[in-house]
Design a protein around this ligand. Structure first.
Ligand code: 3Y8
Ligand code: NAP
Length: 240
């Protein structure tokens, strides 16, 4: 079994799979310096596109692939669909529901990162840009804001002139996000609609403080089997 990992749900799945004694490998892209250790053998790095993943599946006689990557890891998910189609390998995605608006929330939805950048035109604000490192350059188009950046690893350089960096990996709690946002004087939160529990604290704090959120909707993915719990994955595995 191959688990495409990198999320809280993938970690819970890895634990259950290890306990069941199922032969499996946990795969990271290699985005951060020291990814969380797993109770399964780990491989790190890209496969080399969908062809590379198909070769991997054939080489290691993978019988099942679970795509437990983040909803914004769209390329990996598209490659998994393609590779499992060409190798006729059962594929299931372990997904988590998108966050939904709650009473008291002030969200401004944008479809993608580029639209989020456009939405930031206008006078300087104190912005909690909680979208990670990989798309920071895009936001250099809006240098006027005072950014709070939360990154997993300390960056060598930053494309933004007025930015304060907090190096931290989630899951995050409401009390620490509240302290962080009050200290920064956050006026606007920019967030991906990741879903799950690891990154939602900042939204709960924004609601409590009456702050607006610029919510980046998820990329649309091709059709695939989608499961929403570890139990469902174990059941799917036992019913070929
Ligand atoms: C490398 C593997 C766990 C799983 C931890 C989840 C929760 C905490 C919240 C904020 C938002 C963000 C970011 C975030 C969260 C979990 C989960 C999640 C968001 C690790 C991890 C890897 C990554 C990659 C990293 C990205 C970045 C995104 C930071 C491990 C810690 C912003 C996404 O510096 C970089 O290159 C970071 C890159 C992709 C998005 C980006 O565009 O920069 N995740 N995050 C995985 C790999 O190599 O394959 O080390 O544990 C995993 C987790 N990050 O329970 O321990 O499940 O979502 N990750 C977002 O959701 O917006 C932080 O700060 O409020
Ligand atoms: P992506 O843009 O969809 O993928 C880009 C390329 O990275 C893929 O084509 C693949 O390379 C490689 N890759 C991605 N995930 C991989 C994995 N689990 N194992 C092996 N290779 C992988 O992915 P991303 O958004 O950069 O996310 C990378 C990792 O961070 C994933 O594990 C994801 O779950 C985790 N993560 C991402 C986010 C986010 O906001 N994007 C948030 C939390 C965690 P090849 O084409 O060479 O195979």
């Amino acid at each position: 079994m191959l688990i495409l990992g990198g999320t809280t749900e993938a970690n819970a799945l890895a634990k259950a799979i290890a306990e069941q004694g199922i032969a499996a490998v946990y795969s990271y892209a290699g985005r951060v310096e020291s990814p969380r250790p797993q109770p399964l053998p780990v491989r790190v790095g890209g496969f080399g596109g969908s062809e590379g993943l198909a070769e991997y599946i054939r080489k290691y006689a993978v019988t099942h692939v679970v795509d437990a990557t983040h909803p914004f890891a769209a390329q990996m998910s598209r490659n998994a669909i393609e590779a499992c189609r060409t190798t006729q390998t059962p594929l299931a995605a372990l997904t988590r529901a998108a966050w939904a608006l709650q009473p008291g929330d002030t969200w401004h939805h944008v479809p993608d990162i580029a639209a989020a950048v456009d939405a930031l035109s206008g006078d300087a604000q104190r912005v909690f840009l909680a979208v990670g490192r990989m798309h920071l350059e895009d936001f250099a188009a809006q240098p006027q804001h005072h950014y709070l950046l939360r990154l997993v690893d300390d960056p060598e350089s930053l494309p933004l002139p007025n930015a304060e960096v907090v190096v931290a990996r989630g899951p995050f709690t409401e009390s620490e996000d509240r302290a962080l946002m009050l200290r920064h004087g956050t006026q606007l939160v920019v967030s991906k609609n990741a879903g799950g529990s690891g990154a939602r604290a900042k939204l709960d704090v924004a609601r409590a403080l009456g702050l607006p959120v610029l919510m980046i909707d998820r990329p649309v993915l091709p059709q695939r089997t989608e499961l929403s719990s570890v139990a469902q994955v174990l059941d799917w595995l036992s019913h070929p």
